[in-house]
Design a protein around this ligand. Structure first.
Ligand code: PAF
Length: 318
């Protein structure tokens, strides 16, 4: 394990990125380009800390593809509409640094709130529009505007193209990694990157599940054993849908919903089958799917709100 360098300010981060890229000296992981220079690459993995195996797989994906890996740890107040949720969000920087070191992350940016929002909550924010108002956005107004605003800032802070001298003029490829678990967040970040011309490739990292099927989440620590057992109905319902679809049958959403609703400790918020990019519900579910789709759900399990999703594909390779 190596110890990642911890940076607290955007200025420190920028110069640490410049040094890290310069130290790679053109020995990039990517193939050489037309000018004969070998491009370098930088992978950014934004997180709010409380890291688990899902985050570890994001770090591993970034480490496998990039010369320099930067993780951020920042509990973004802008994306919490419930102050109590923000207060009790787990903050575990020491353990996070250990996981990041084990994953071979080079730089960790863990700024204070005043560094990111020096004038208090920003007046101008990125609007998540209609896509951000549905599903998670419906029960957490403003949540996705807060997510997009901080992701935009983090993408700027870590952008290797903002300091081209950093790599001695060598082109630098920029990638940013987000979990497929937060499917709506991922779809919105992709749209923001496209609509607002960000220079980072947005990469999705598949959901990581515990042996009992529960999707890894920082909120799982709040589940007592009884609620944890009850929560496994969510992945069982998703797997049942996937198995039907991959066998060529129409998705039986009503049966999957009924399975979840039969679990008394789980209160279902939504369960839909949607287009993976637009998150628009599919119009007809009475015949086998003819294109990739995503089953998407959220539920309250005791005091914990859980989300989960699973790609549905005819091939059964999801
Ligand atoms: O997915 C998260 O942990 C957060 O929403 C993110 C992307 C780091 C923005 O705060």
């Amino acid at each position: 394990m190596s110890t990642p360098r911890l940076l607290r300010t955007a200025a420190e981060l920028k110069s640490a990125i410049a040094e890290a890229l310069a130290s790679k000296g053109g020995a990039g992981a990517d193939a050489g380009n037309a000018t004969g220079q070998r491009p370098l690459s930088l992978g950014l993995v934004p997180t709010m800390g409380a890291l688990h195996q899902g985050h570890r797989s994001m770090m591993d994906a970034a480490r496998a593809e990039n010369d320099v890996v930067v993780a951020t740890v920042f509990v973004n107040p802008l994306q919490f509409n419930d102050p109590e949720d923000l207060r009790r969000y787990p903050r575990t920087l020491e353990a996070d640094l250990k996981l990041l070191g084990d994953a071979g992350v080079d730089l960790v940016f863990a700024p204070a709130e005043e560094e990111v929002y020096p004038g208090g909550p920003p007046l101008v924010r990125v609007s998540s529009g209609e896509l951000g108002a549905r599903y998670e956005g419906a029960s957490r107004p403003g949540h996705f505007d807060g997510v997009l605003t901080v992701v935009a800032k983090l993408l700027h802070y870590a952008s290797p193209t903002a300091s081209p001298a950093a790599a001695g003029g060598t082109p630098v490829r920029y990638r940013a990694y987000f979990g497929q678990k937060d499917a709506q967040q991922l779809a919105l970040i992709r749209r923001m990157a496209a609509d607002l011309s960000f220079d980072a490739d947005i990469k999705a990292v598949p959901v990581v599940r515990a042996p009992d099927g529960l999707a890894e989440s920082s909120r799982n620590v709040f589940l007592d054993p009884e609620h944890r057992r009850a929560a496994t109905v969510l992945s069982r319902a998703l797997f049942a849908l996937r198995d039907r679809v991959s066998a060529g049958a129409p998705p039986d959403l009503a049966a999957a919903v009924a399975l979840v609703e039969a679990e008394p400790l789980v209160k279902l918020d939504y369960f839909d089958i949607v287009d993976p990019q637009t998150l628009q519900p599919l119009a007809s579910l009475d015949r086998p799917l003819d294109r990739p789709a995503l089953a998407l759900l959220a539920a309250q399990v005791g005091s914990v709100r859980l989300i989960d999703n699973l790609p549905l594909e005819l091939s059964g390779n999801s």
